[in-house]
Design a protein around this ligand. Structure first.
Ligand code: CA
Length: 280
């Protein structure tokens, strides 16, 4: 652990409450010498109003911690392991645990019971506030599952914003697309049954504490339920300037699911964002 010597001093003062450790006399002698681990420091500390005041940066750095200041959020971060990037990504928040997420699912979910052995979760940033949201998923088998979004409220507890019967293989929705003033995320659901396997892309955003769906499109649909009727549909889409363009290519296949029968057909559709969702 290297000692960090950042020089961006923010002129920050640490307040040490005297407590039982140091019963304060000394209004007569406000300047004190600071000793850390048996070494006298250059930093002078002061008595002020019954408290010992010391510059936070020099004190923290003497203890091999790093200090950073985020003026936008009005926060000071002290990191005892400067190898970790301080504060910028919400690391200062206490991490939630799988047990906690399981209890929120049980208490707030719509069902009376869940396959909690299949539960996993991620802390992600979905909106403008500093707190991380929690996305959770239950993998209940090939095509079965649930998807949840929890938001942290001011008291530190978590509230269920959305629950969908989606089997989701990747919880983190990645980077948002900006559509009008909304941050639109993609979650891919896997569904189907015997002989049919489908992947849908769901586009959604958070709006006043609720999840709103903006669009759903097919990324892949493999159909093999009927002999002589096998097929593969492959889809994709692009969001550009509040418009959504989607393409789907439908290919008939022989029963070996490889040999292409006839010509693939591609359809393109254009959608416009109407303020709440994409419409054709
Ligand atoms: Ca947030």
């Amino acid at each position: 652990m290297g000692k960090k010597t950042g020089k961006k001093s923010a002129g920050i003062i640490l307040l040490l409450t005297a407590g039982a450790l140091l019963s304060g006399p000394a209004k007569a002698d406000p300047s004190l010498n600071l000793w850390i681990d048996g070494k006298q420091q250059d930093t002078r500390v002061e008595w002020r109003d019954g408290k010992i005041m010391a510059p936070l940066r020099s004190l923290a750095e003497s203890l091999e911690a790093s200090v950073s200041w985020d003026p936008k959020r009005n926060r000071v971060y002290v990191e005892s392991d400067p190898g970790d990037s301080p504060g910028q990504n919400g690391r200062e928040d206490a991490k939630v645990t799988l047990e906690q997420v399981a209890s929120w699912v049980k208490q707030q979910g719509a069902r009376s019971n869940y396959y909690l052995e299949g539960l996993s979760y991620e802390e992600v940033q979905l909106d403008e506030d500093d707190e991380l949201e929690v996305i959770a998923g239950i993998d209940g088998g090939v095509h079965l599952g649930q998807f949840f979004i929890f938001d942290r409220n001011a008291s530190g507890s978590y509230k269920l914003l959305a629950e969908k019967n989606w089997k989701v293989e990747q919880l983190d929705p990645g980077a948002a697309k900006d559509v009008e003033s909304k941050k639109v995320f993609e979650t891919v659901e896997r569904t189907g049954g015997t002989g049919i396997d489908v992947y849908y892309a769901h586009l959604w955003y958070l709006d006043n504490g609720a999840m709103k769906e903006a669009w759903r499109g097919t990324l892949k649909e493999r159909f093999a339920m009927v002999s002589g009727g096998h097929s593969l549909l492959a889809g994709s889409y692009q969001v550009i300037n509040n418009m959504l363009y989607s393409w789907e290519t439908f290919t008939r296949l022989a029963d070996d699911d490889e040999t292409v029968v006839g010509k693939p057909e591609t359809k393109m559709k254009v959608y416009r964002f109407d303020g709440t969702k994409f419409v054709e």
